[in-house]
Write a protein that binds this ligand. Structure first.
Ligand code: I3P
Length: 126
């Protein structure tokens, strides 16, 4: 496969659609609201883009910024108790943001879990 490079020259390790729910912001609980997100994983961060029939166009609107998650010092764990859906894991950032990610497709969510876990394990813890 081609190596895809972002404008800041970080290599995209994985990208694709998952269901996402942000459940805490800076330690403050949020109401759970699942939505489909286009997710881009690089060595030290994840970006969540809004879903759209034309994702490239919607996300290139002037001023649009994807939600960016710093994986440095983050935790990842399976959290079956946090949802009635299957295949849910949680990412918790150093800043106290919590995201649930989900897919009904077993191999797909496993691939994502291991890709994110590997990225976290390669990074310094703080
Ligand atoms: C929530 C919504 C979520 C559900 C959540 C509900 O209701 O139905 O889909 O999470 O369950 O509270 P509302 O839209 O009224 O906020 P799951 O789909 O992950 O089960 P929860 O409160 O048990 O997290």
């Amino acid at each position: 496969a081609d190596i895809i490079s972002t404008p800041d020259h970080t290599v995209v390790e994985k990208e694709g659609y998952l269901l996402k729910a942000k459940i805490a912001d800076g330690g403050k609980k949020l109401r759970k609201n699942w939505s489909t997100s286009w997710i881009v994983l690089t060595s030290r961060k994840m970006e969540f883009y809004k879903e759209s029939k034309q994702p490239a166009l919607a996300n290139l609107k002037p001023g649009y910024k994807p939600e960016c998650v710093d994986l440095c010092g983050a935790h990842i764990e399976w959290t079956p108790e946090k949802s009635s859906r299957k295949n849910v894991f949680q990412i918790t950032t150093m800043s106290g943001n919590e995201f649930l990610l989900q897919s009904d497709i077993d191999f797909l969510i496993l691939d994502w879990f291991h890709a994110i876990k590997n990225a976290i394990d390669r990074l310094p813890k703080e």
